[in-house]
Design a protein around this ligand. Structure first.
Ligand SMILES: [Zn+2]
Length: 77
């Protein structure tokens, strides 16, 4: 497991900025995830976990970004 690509590609494909970009989390929805999601700390991407899931979400444009890149969003639990 490599976990040192943290902020790489963390930009919106539309505004090219990381200011409003939050991590996308995939997997089973937990109470903590729901809480973080409603607080705007992350975006819940669904239960299906795949390697090319977009790891970033722009809250301004409602766009997912980073498809095809290694997912390094924080994980559930
Ligand atoms: Zn944007």
């Amino acid at each position: 497991m490599t976990r040192h690509r943290k902020s790489l590609y963390r930009t919106c494909i539309s505004c090219k900025s990381a200011d409003h970009v939050i991590p996308v989390v995939y997997g089973p929805l937990t109470p903590r995830l729901a809480e973080e999601g409603s607080a705007g700390n992350l975006y819940y991407g669904g239960e299906t976990v795949m390697l090319d899931n977009p790891p970033w979400f722009c809250t301004v444009h409602g766009l997912l970004s980073g498809a095809g890149k290694p997912a390094d969003a924080i994980t559930a639990g």
